[in-house]
Unconditional design. Structure first.
Length: 118
């Protein structure tokens, strides 16, 4: 079983920054990747970024150059540094982690609200 606990959301003005944290625990030997999705009101959940088990990162075009994903292996925590925030970044952000324990399993954090005012 894998558990994810998020923190760090809030309200920020356009152009500002926020850092989200996602602390993970559990059986991670066969991790495939981990990252973040977001969901704005009335919209589908949108992939934002991921990092693979060999530390390769990818970003959605909408956040490339503004968001930075990193991992702290000692604290078992993933961070999403969000810079130059825009009102269209407003959403609930969910961290996730995928593992292959005989079958592909995806675990989710509880979600954290990010609101960017114009």
């Amino acid at each position: 079983q894998v558990r994810l606990v998020e923190s760090g959301g809030g309200l920020v003005q356009a152009g500002g920054s926020l850092r989200l944290s996602c602390r993970y625990s559990g059986r991670l030997l066969n991790m495939i990747d981990m990252g973040w999705y977001r969901q704005a009101p009335g919209e589908d959940r949108e992939w934002v970024t991921l990092i693979t088990r060999d530390d390769t990162s990818n970003y959605a075009d909408s956040v490339k150059g503004r968001f930075i994903l990193s991992r702290d292996y000692i604290r078992d925590t993933m961070y999403l540094q969000m810079n130059s925030l825009k009102p269209e970044d407003t959403a609930v952000y969910f961290c996730y982690l995928r593992v292959n324990n005989l079958r592909i399993e995806t675990y989710w954090g509880q979600g954290t609200q990010v609101t960017v005012s114009s």
